[in-house]
Design a protein. Structure first.
Ligand code: EPU
Length: 347
């Protein structure tokens, strides 16, 4: 099929800087960008990429992707699929809700909490899309999407079919799934997500920083909506709004240790949570890096796990800042920090 035809049906942009599509605001040009606002556009979009012999990359609102300076000689599909609703409701017990993948996760969370259902309230104010949530098993304040997820609907790029993948086929763990690790990466375009929420509410003790807020404000209402407000307040006090400040949220992953390693770390005075998690924010802060600037990238003075792009000119600046931070933490504590956001394009 000649490209003319594609152009007639789809909005194809050429040479779009990745910096304009991502909240870290770095990265060279992508060869083509196509907005996907109908599931039916997907076959054509993938056919277009195949015809041009170019790779495809799927983007939501770009809040967890960092663009590299060499740009992307491929086709970025920006997911704009919208719509959400109730699949099944057992009044006063449970509800199954669906959302198309281009909706903001926070809007989906609001939908559930406003109906009075519990299961996603701690995921409030996360700046990503619904479709991105299963990709890295988005989580915060003791919840992650795997706890409420039932299934995802996907477009299978190999067969061109729409398929349903139940949760147990997704290998969800800390910031991990079949969509970001292993041989199936790139195979599926997530179109829709289904979650099941329940009547009731979370019970204390809550995740440390959330509990501290609840204690400080003497909050006794643990309803989904109330917890949602608390989470919003905690996030606002620590995490930069990506609309206003260039960042990708947590820049490093927390460190997970084996029981033997955990015992060693505790003996050395390093905090270990839940038998094996070392908060990387603590390591960075106690390496003296909170608020420090490296090559235009600043370690947030509110949450040391967050790197803010204040004046970096390129991905190379970010890479230099990252190398220095990793080295300082490694020299002081012996742990090698790993980056949390994914990357796109050539260096
Ligand atoms: N800490 C410090 N100094 C800091 C920041 C943290 O000492 O500057 C220590 C404290 O001991 C604190 C602990 O680290 O109690 C945990 O900090 P926080 O509650 O702020 O959470 P986090 O481990 O820094 C993780 C997620 C966040 C998520 C929060 C809340 C990762 C990589 N990050 O951050 O997710 O919102 O927990 O659950 O797991 C994201 O992925 O982009 C993200 C923001």
């Amino acid at each position: 099929m000649p490209s003319m035809l594609y152009n007639k049906y789809m909005n194809i942009r050429e040479n779009v800087p990745i910096s304009t599509l991502t909240t870290m605001r770095l990265g060279g040009a992508a060869r083509y960008v196509i907005d996907i606002d109908k599931v039916e556009d997907l076959s054509q979009a993938y056919a277009f990429a195949k015809e041009k012999n170019l790779p495809v990359y799927v983007l939501g609102n770009g809040s967890n992707i960092i663009g590299r300076d060499g740009g992307f000689n491929g086709v970025i599909l920006v997911c704009k699929l919208t719509g959400m609703g109730i699949l099944r409701e057992e009044k006063d017990e449970a509800v199954q809700l669906y959302s198309y993948s281009g909706e903001l996760l926070d809007d989906f969370v609001t939908y559930g909490t406003e109906m009075g259902y519990s299961g996603m309230e701690a995921l409030s104010a996360i700046p990503g899309t619904v479709g991105a949530a299963p990709v890295q098993n988005v989580g915060a304040y003791g919840q992650d999407i795997s706890q409420s997820l039932v299934e995802v609907e996907v477009f299978d790029t190999e067969t061109g079919e729409i398929k349903t993948l139940p949760k147990d086929q997704l290998e969800l763990s800390y910031r991990h799934s079949i969509f970001n690790h292993g041989e199936l990466v790139g195979r599926y375009f997530i179109t829709k997500v289904v979650v099941e929420l329940h009547k009731g509410h979370l019970t204390p003790p809550f995740y440390n920083s959330l509990q501290a807020y609840i204690d400080e404000h003497s909050i006794i209402d643990f309803s989904p909506d109330s917890i949602r407000q608390c989470v919003r307040a905690v996030r606002e006090s620590k995490l930069p709004d990506p609309e206003l400040i260039a960042s990708s949220g947590s820049f490093f992953k927390n460190v997970y240790l084996s029981p033997e390693e955990a015992a060693g770390a505790e003996a050395a005075g390093i905090p270990v949570w839940d038998g094996g998690k070392v908060p990387s924010g603590w390591l960075i802060e106690h390496a003296g890096l909170k608020g420090q600037e490296f090559h235009g990238m600043r370690v947030s003075d509110k949450a040391a796990l967050v790197l803010i792009n204040e004046s970096a000119k390129s991905y190379a600046d970010l890479a230099a800042a990252r190398a220095e931070i990793i080295k300082i933490v490694k020299d002081k504590f012996g742990f090698t920090l790993e980056q949390e956001p994914m990357e796109l394009g050539d260096e």
